[in-house]
Write a protein that binds this ligand. Structure first.
Ligand SMILES: Cc1ncc(COP(=O)(O)O)c(C=O)c1O
Length: 439
């Protein structure tokens, strides 16, 4: 089969979060996807160890989703989202409300994770103003956090390369991250050490004054930075401090939402209920771009005041609640329910952990962290060339027929939730081989 890469013009498409020149010198192209596998442009089967970009939780090529989207586009392609509605958006929100953590059943639709984050931050600011706390304009994130690429998300995000070129929102500040390999290396389950890091929020209250802080946003499990788990008791403590100081707690569940940890949401996994949850990705299985913010009733209620003919929140997107995205999302929820996928990660969690930890003696490995169906495998960096070793592992795995994700020198794994036990074995064996081959 002739590779399309030989006939494509690669110049025009400016690729996101990609070393464009390096990629275009040796492109990796995917042309089909079915179940757990991609097909590459040279006809090879590639096992998907990353659910695309943490989003294809129900596996690829689900006919039900394609049919639902096609039917919807034929029936009604688009409806205005401001001052007009269509039934599917209400039905989808109602169904999402039913699986939401307790009380978080007010749903604001967006087009992506980044939009969900900026929406949640804006709702937090609007809420504080509505309850007479207008001085609370400061937004707190956490070092190494990833909250997408909008200016709000970048301001509370904590990854240097994503921040240094761009001006952040004034007043934003950060908790310290929770990664402490010296105390928690190769932990089984949640790290034992580090709950006290939540007291950073107390420290920021002492520094800035609670009356200036609107919200704190964290990923319950930090994904994009390389799978950092919350220490035992950390999230509970953060919740307690936020509540005590009138600060809204936002969980960014763009990755952890929809079954990644073996529960519908990480909030349920940890038994900690935030005031707002941001989602996207698994919401539509990645088939159609869409995000959703799950909002506590008390937060929305605070904004449903004033004259009834006035818009309560001056915020929204042309594509909020897009009919095709809602149709996709409804079909995805059907699949999740029918196949028990929102809890399957829990059934496989122990096996997955043992399989991943079997790599602890593999070449270059310095730490392994797992939760639900997620794993982070940290490698020693090559002298003077951070991230080079993991990148070589990534390329090697792809050539061997496995898609992994790397960030810095950390391998991040998050297969579709339909992964079979034998495929977990293949993932481990392929990575071990690759680690043996790279220098
Ligand atoms: C935790 C988190 N928040 C936000 C985002 C941004 O989502 P999107 O790329 O859909 O804008 C991501 C993407 O990976 C994410 O992992």
């Amino acid at each position: 089969m002739q590779s399309p890469a030989n006939t494509l013009s690669l110049d025009e498409y400016w690729m996101p979060f990609t070393a464009n020149r390096q990629f275009k010198a040796a492109p990796r192209l995917l042309t089909r996807a079915e179940g757990m596998y991609y097909t590459s442009d040279d006809g090879r089967q590639v096992l998907d160890g990353t659910a695309g970009l943490w989003c294809v939780n129900a596996g690829h090529g689900r006919r039900e989703i394609a049919t639902a989207v096609a039917d919807q586009l034929r029936d009604m392609d688009y409806a205005p989202s401001f001052q007009m509605g269509h039934p599917l958006a209400f039905q989808f929100a109602e169904r999402l409300g039913r699986i939401a953590p307790p009380g978080l059943d007010r749903i604001f639709f967006t087009g992506s994770g980044s939009e969900s984050v900026d929406t949640a931050l804006k709702i937090a600011l609007a809420y504080q103003r509505a309850i007479g706390q207008g001085t609370r304009t400061r937004l707190i994130g956490r070092e190494r956090g990833y909250h997408g690429v909008g200016f709000g998300g970048v301001s509370v995000g904590g990854i240097l390369n994503n921040r240094r070129t761009f001006i952040g929102l004034p007043g934003s500040d950060h908790l310290r991250h929770t990664h402490d390999p010296a105390r928690n290396r190769f932990c089984q389950g949640l790290p034992e050490h580090g709950a006290e890091l939540a007291d950073d929020l107390e420290r920021l209250v002492q520094l800035h004054g609670a009356e200036t802080i609107a919200a704190v946003i964290v990923e319950p499990v930090a994904g994009s930075t390389g799978v950092l788990l919350p220490p035992r008791g950390y999230l509970e403590r953060l919740r307690e401090i936020a509540t005590r100081h009138g600060i809204l707690l936002i969980f960014d569940e763009v990755i952890t939402g929809f079954g990644r940890l073996g529960t519908p949401f990480a909030a349920g996994y940890f038994g900690v209920t935030p005031d707002l949850i941001t989602t996207a990705k698994g919401l539509t299985n990645g088939a159609i771009p869409m995000g959703a913010v799950f909002c506590a009733r008390h937060v929305q209620d605070a904004l449903m005041t004033g004259p009834e003919n006035l818009i309560e929140l001056f915020h929204g997107y042309t594509y909020s609640g897009h009919p095709a995205a809602c149709a996709a999302g409804m079909a995805v929820l059907d699949i999740y329910e029918r196949e028990g996928l929102l809890v399957r990660g829990g059934e496989l969690e122990t096996e997955w952990r043992q399989a991943m930890l079997s790599l602890r003696d593999a070449a270059h490995v310095t730490d392994i962290r797992t939760i639900g169906l997620v794993a982070g495998i940290e490698l020693a960096s090559r002298d003077g060339a951070p991230a080079a070793r993991a990148y070589d592992v990534f390329v090697d795995c792809f050539q061997q027929g496995l898609l992994i994700r790397v960030t810095g020198d950390i391998i991040a794994l998050s297969p579709p939730l339909i992964v079979e036990r034998a495929q977990i074995g293949t993932i481990v064996a392929t990575i071990r081989d690759a680690l043996n081959r790279v220098r």
